[in-house]
Write a protein that binds this ligand. Structure first.
Ligand SMILES: [Zn+2]
Length: 242
């Protein structure tokens, strides 16, 4: 199956939290989107891998993904190894996405840092003829990186004003991870009642930077090429004024 965009997250729900609105928007624009979770989140403080797998499929439907796969790597032990890279290469060659979303390389969670390295290396290596898999070689056009905190300054912002509530519905599918007054499971970063309002505020903040209601942030390592600066800045001005 050919995809236009493939988003790699270390744990089920990472992609929703960071770029769920952009994936909803891209599906609405007619692009074929997919998610590959590197682990099942089996060592997460709350929930179980079975619950998280059900939640991930429910969120995939909300975001209208064409596919969601799990690479089955070890939660909390993610390492940039040849075996891990090969699992990512196989999915890149299977889905042939022009654009890849991955974790930012600077992140407090070690699994997120490892996921960023694994996916970045795999995107390069996937283009090499002599690394053989069932499918022929393939290299995506570009990797862009997502990060949940508000720094550093993003390379670009995607206006998700019309898609923010759909993003929140997708995140709401991960009930095992979120605040539940009836739960006696241990508290986590996501399970406190302040988490979802803070996420809303973060996307609001990003929106304010481009004078729109909500946005999501992306980072690139390379400079972005602009063919026609007049047309580019006219269209980004239009995108920024609803
Ligand atoms: Zn994570």
């Amino acid at each position: 199956m050919k995809l236009d965009v493939l988003a790699f997250g270390a744990h089920p729900d990472d992609v929703e939290l960071s770029v769920g609105g952009t994936l909803a928007k891209l599906a609405d624009l007619g692009h074929r989107t997919g998610v590959a979770d590197l682990t099942r989140g089996e060592l997460g403080t709350r929930g179980t891998s079975r619950i998280r797998s059900r939640e991930a499929q429910a969120a995939a439907e909300v975001l209208e993904l064409k596919t969601r796969v799990n690479l089955g790597l070890r939660d909390a032990h993610l390492q940039d190894t040849s075996a891990a890279r090969l699992k990512v290469i196989e999915r890149l060659r299977e889905f042939r996405p022009g654009l890849v979303f991955a974790h930012h390389w600077d992140d407090p969670h070690p699994d997120h840092v490892a996921a960023s390295r694994i996916v970045t290396s795999a995107c390069y290596l996937s283009g090499l003829e002599k690394i053989t898999t069932a499918q022929p070689r393939f290299r995506p056009d570009r990797i862009v990186y997502f990060r949940q905190a508000s720094f550093p300054v993003p390379s670009f912002l995607v206006d998700i004003s019309g898609f923010f509530e759909q993003k929140m519905r997708a995140i709401g599918c991960f009930a095992s991870q979120l605040h539940d007054p009836g739960s006696d499971e241990p508290r986590t970063y996501l399970s406190v009642p302040e988490f979802l309002p803070a996420l809303r505020a973060l996307n609001r903040h990003y929106g304010s930077l481009i004078r729109t209601s909500y946005a999501e942030a992306f980072h690139t390592r390379e400079a972005l090429a602009v063919g026609d600066p007049v047309a580019f800045f006219a269209s980004s001005r239009k995108a920024a004024s609803p």
